[in-house]
Ligand binder design. Structure first.
Ligand SMILES: Cc1cc2nc3c(=O)[nH]c(=O)nc-3n(C[C@H](O)[C@H](O)[C@H](O)COP(=O)(O)OP(=O)(O)OC[C@H]3O[C@@H](n4cnc5c(N)ncnc54)[C@H](O)[C@@H]3O)c2cc1C
Length: 407
């Protein structure tokens, strides 16, 4: 029997879950909304699993840091504020064995005097401080913005590890989020022995008291009842009929699953299939180790290229009653698995040079078929879960008002 719905949502990660609930909250009848998900549990990259008696976030370290009240309202509806702890963020960088607070450029004062002098000199010579034009290549851009030392000791090796590809494949259009480095602020910070400059906007985050980050998304899935079908992998899409797996057909399809998977599932015009094939992603392995660390950090960035992982999540510092830590490693760099490993094949969409044009072309074609791309994989962007939820709330409003939610 073919199921016909008004809105068929592919994928039950934060984007699909928030969209489905926002549609229902706006009065769309339950029978008009259906979510299909390949995994057994909803939550996508934000899922958690019990390992060594306590939760681990199997998609990597996840912390809630919300900018918009409507996002909090939606999430607290399923997991109230009383079930979350609030932490002041402690993020460190392991710089040749010394843990320095993140961001490095605001915390050079924690280095030895000799190193402070070297870093300050290299910031004074940075292109953006000296007023030279902004370069187009990623590596040159990082040197231009942060100076040679921060580039060499941290940013470039860290990026080589997390992406595990030639850095000249990356664009620079996404780096605007990095603050300008100010020589004056860096000098003041070294002289006064405290951080100066642009610090991360959100110095605190929330994490569930007795669960992993995945709990709120699991509950959102459960609350959808029969409007969520789990364990159902999308493997065939008839684009013209908007029919999925020959079982579900819809007026509008909202895809939160990776576009790069579409050509093997659907008949796509060649020029669009080529654009989909241009999209690049990386996989991340999450590996658990039961040892406790002496660090008081919640997480530690690891730029050393001899070490496979690029980040350590110190579980016992944010998950009460737990021990151990987990690491995040680009799947291409992983060694043998230890006591627990979860591989996320689709973890990071990569901001390659041609990506914005490729995504625009895909979304424009999809719109002509009443198919909407949403979320991390529908937009191919590094959005955090709170941003994914905010976008879904907005999209639900557009869909209900018949604005199609199309750009
Ligand atoms: C290492 C790491 C750390 C992060 N840290 C944070 C953080 O601290 N805070 C934060 O807010 N965000 C964080 N994020 C981002 C967060 O994971 C994403 O914003 C969020 O998961 C995006 O949700 P989504 O629904 O768009 O995508 P996803 O979570 O990827 O969900 C997509 C869903 O589609 C399903 N799917 C895929 N293919 C198919 C198919 N063929 N058929 C059916 N279903 C399919 C998947 O199983 C998945 O459930 C982090 C991400 C990573 C990788």
């Amino acid at each position: 029997m073919m199921s016909r719905v008004r809105f068929l949502i592919l994928g039950a990660g934060p984007t699909g879950l928030a969209l489905a609930h926002s549609l229902l909250q706006r009065g769309v009848p339950r029978r008009d909304v259906l979510v299909i998900e390949s995994e057994a549990v909803s939550g996508g990259l934000c899922r958690s699993a019990m390992v060594d008696g306590r939760p681990i976030d199997i998609g990597g370290g996840h912390f809630l840091d919300v900018r918009k009240q409507e996002v909090l309202d939606l999430l607290f509806h399923f997991m109230p504020a009383s079930e979350w702890d609030i932490y002041r963020r402690v993020a460190k960088i392991n710089l040749s064995g010394q843990e320095i607070d993140h961001p490095l450029e605001s915390n050079l004062w924690q280095l030895s005097k000799q190193n402070q002098a070297d870093y300050l000199e290299s910031i004074a010579r940075a292109g953006c401080v000296a007023g030279s034009p902004m370069p187009e290549s990623f590596e040159e851009w990082v040197r231009w913005r942060l100076g040679e030392r921060i580039a060499q000791d941290y940013m470039l090796p860290y990026n080589r590890k997390i992406w595990s590809m030639a850095l000249d494949r990356l664009g620079t259009y996404w780096l605007h989020k990095l603050p300008d480095v100010s020589f004056r602020d860096a000098l003041r910070s070294c002289l006064e022995g405290k951080p100066y400059g642009t610090l991360p906007a959100h110095g605190s985050f929330m994490y569930p008291k007795t669960h992993g980050y995945g709990e709120v998304w699991r509950r959102m899935g459960v609350a959808l009842g029969d409007r969520l079908i789990t364990g159902c992998q999308v493997n065939h899409i008839d684009v013209t009929r908007r029919t999925v797996n020959g079982r579900f057909t819809a007026d509008t399809v909202i895809s939160t699953i990776p576009w790069s998977e579409w050509p093997r599932m659907a008949d796509i015009p060649d020029e669009i299939a080529d654009r989909m094939a241009e999209l690049v992603h990386v996989g991340i392995d999450v590996d658990y180790c039961s040892d406790n660390l002496s660090s008081r950090a919640h997480w530690i960035y690891e730029p050393c290229e001899q070490v496979p992982h690029h980040r350590i999540l110190v579980r016992h510092n944010f998950c009460p009653g737990s021990r151990g830590y987990w690491t995040e490693t680009n799947a291409l760099r992983s060694g043998p698995a230890g006591i627990f490993r979860h591989r996320n094949e689709f973890a990071y969409p990569v901001n390659t040079r041609g990506k914005p044009e490729a995504v625009s072309a895909i979304l424009a074609w999809a719109a002509t078929q009443r198919i909407i791309g949403a979320g991390r994989w529908g937009k191919w962007e590094h959005m955090n879960s709170d941003v994914a939820v905010a976008e879904s709330i907005r999209l639900a409003g557009d869909l209900v008002e018949n604005k199609d939610g199309l750009p």
